[in-house]
Design a protein around this ligand. Structure first.
Ligand code: MN3
Length: 210
């Protein structure tokens, strides 16, 4: 079954002024659509058509590089759209499990933000910054190059991503030009913590959460 470009859960201009409408539209209709089409072309007629992306990522180093790049591009952007919202931003509610986990593993929201921003700012060239859950249900921050992600066997540190920030220039250049740190700071105004806490709760099925 072919992958379909997911619809955005909000309008292209919904995240303004933090992320501009033109960037969102090109990012979705050109970049994400391209990864989706190229993923379908890369797996068509192969055994990979019957496997989930998570299964493919777990052994991605054995598959053609087009599967790694476009499978990652499809999956990463799908997560990215979902963890942003015009109603988002600020700290997560104290009632959310993700708030409790952030406090447990980083000590404060500010410390989480500092580490996440550093990961996003220091990723050289194109890639992603991630907040992940490891097998022991502990949160950690990492970054990956290109369209890799921490579900892939090639990742330096493996885990389940629950929040991701695209730091490719195509994600910010129209509005921020070379000012990646300004784009990173703006991102905190649109994080959909409701979705991130759902992702956290869904990770490590069976793990006890508070
Ligand atoms: Mn992108």
């Amino acid at each position: 079954m072919a992958y379909k470009l997911p619809e955005l859960p909000y309008a292209y201009d919904a995240l303004e002024p933090h992320i501009d409408a033109r960037t969102m539209e090109i990012h979705h209709t050109k970049h994400h659509a391209g990864y989706t089409n190229n993923l379908n072309a890369a797996i068509e007629g192969t055994e990979l058509e019957k496997m989930s992306l998570r299964e493919i990522f777990a052994h991605v180093s054995k598959h053609p590089v087009a599967v790694r790049n476009n499978g990652g591009g499809y999956w990463n952007h799908k997560l990215f759209w979902e963890i942003m919202s015009p109603d988002g931003g600020g700290q997560p509610s104290e009632r959310m499990n993700i708030y409790k986990a952030l406090m447990r593993d980083f000590g404060s929201y500010e410390e989480f933000k500092k580490q996440f921003s550093a990961a996003a700012a220091t990723r050289f060239g194109s890639g992603w910054a991630w907040l992940c859950v490891d097998k022991g249900d502990k949160l950690f921050i990492t970054s990956t190059p290109n369209q890799d992600n921490p579900l892939m066997d090639v990742a330096d540190r493996k885990g389940t991503p629950i929040l991701g920030l695209d730091v490719w220039e195509h994600a910010y250049y129209l509005n921020y030009q070379n000012r990646r740190p300004d784009y990173i700071e703006a991102f905190y105004n649109v994080i959909n913590w409701q979705k991130v806490t759902e992702n956290y709760n869904d990770a490590n099925e069976g793990a006890s959460k508070f």
